[in-house]
Unconditional design. Sequence first.
Length: 162
Amino acid sequence: MFVSRWDKAVADKAPPELRNRLGIAIAGRTYRAYRELLASPRWRKLAQAGARPQRLLWGSTGTKDPKASDTLYVEALAAPDTIDTMPEKTLRAFAEHGEIKGLMPEDGGDAEAALARFAKAGIDTDALAIQLQRDGAQAFVKSWQELMTRIAEKSDALAHAG
């Protein structure tokens, strides 16, 4: 899940008291659903047969808002069975002054209350999820195409070098 993209998408639409809170709320909801899945009889049966759970991956956890803490997402999203692919700048900031005050609650904490406040402010998180998925897929396709072009250029250069 690309966390900060949620906040960036609503930065000019969310009231000031909700700034930089949507990504964390969506992550809380996601983590709750994940923990519920792992506690389900269906999953326990799979685990007994040797299945291993896939961990949640928090991506885009570098803070985009210069007014927010540079370790905001890292501190809020610390939880068992998750991976945080934070950028180097965020990793260095966390090493210098970050602090984990507690783990993300398995029940998502106040995620649903926060999401209700966003809905009341006119933010449609379902529509935003669809848009972010489209944008994300387009970004991956663009990166893939650029990579393939670069590889072809390098291959061509090497073929003509010798």
